[in-house]
Design a protein. Structure first.
Length: 248
């Protein structure tokens, strides 16, 4: 009989962190979508004398991702997630299942997380948007011209991420990576997000970039259109590399 993953998470939290202020189970297990091989994502709030860290362990045969932080560490990590426009930890606290709670600490942390999520991510600055438009325009040209199938797939991956980033910023929506990219993309714009994802899927299966180019071009048009000639950037300290933005 497969152990109940929620009870496994609760046992780990009690056994490993008996003095924790709060412990939250997040991810697929908390959402009721866990499989036998799903890992456990657990955020643990500890006293201020502890250490903020991330650790991967195995407990009762299941991989566990631990996100451990003090109160001060939690505030710093929340700020870093907002600056990165991802709000990963905020989502864990806002939607997760409370395993342990001392004197309402879990509720206070959840309130902070929910406030960040309501506020939304910071908008990209005009120069950053220009650089991303320039990079995506260049990548779409490369995608249209690519004869090598491996290069085409590599460029398509860049186009997917760059277009998703611009679309989420346009809607003042959080971005995501990995499996969270399509989730956040569809939350931001179900119609345009689906068109971009379908175009990427079609390209991967058939090699035809047409649908993806159309979808990404539509997103470009929302934020000012393609940008080639006329683009100019003056270097002032450490800023995002145009070469990196262009995938070169």
């Amino acid at each position: 009989m497969t152990p109940d993953p929620v009870e496994q998470a609760r046992r780990l939290a009690c056994d490993r962190f008996p003095d924790a202020l709060a412990a939250i189970l997040a991810g697929s297990t908390a959402a009721g979508r866990a499989t036998a091989s799903s890992d456990l994502d657990i955020a643990v709030l500890i006293g201020d004398g502890g250490e903020t860290c991330r650790e991967t362990v195995r407990f009762e045969g299941r991989v566990v991702e631990l996100f451990i932080h003090t109160r001060a560490g939690l505030v710093e990590l929340f700020a870093a997630d907002v600056a990165a426009r991802r709000a990963v930890l905020q989502s864990m606290y806002a939607t997760g299942l409370v395993l342990l709670d001392t004197d309402g600490e879990a509720g206070r942390a959840r309130a902070l997380a929910e406030a960040d999520l309501r506020e939304g991510p910071p908008s990209l600055g005009p120069e950053t948007v220009e650089t991303k438009r320039y990079g995506l325009t260049d990548a779409l040209d490369d995608l249209a011209d690519a004869d090598d199938r491996f290069e085409r797939l590599a460029v398509a991956g860049f186009v997917l991420n760059a277009a998703a980033d611009l679309l989420c910023d346009y809607h003042h929506a959080w971005i995501g990576g990995g499996k969270w990219l399509p989730r956040r993309l569809l939350e931001a714009d179900a119609e345009r997000g689906a068109a971009l994802l379908e175009g990427h899927l079609h390209l991967c299966g058939s090699g035809d970039p047409g649908l993806m180019i159309d979808a990404a071009s539509g997103i470009l048009n929302l934020v000012g259109g393609p940008l080639r000639e006329g683009y100019r950037r003056t270097w002032r300290g450490v800023i995002e590399s145009v070469a990196a933005a262009c995938g070169r």
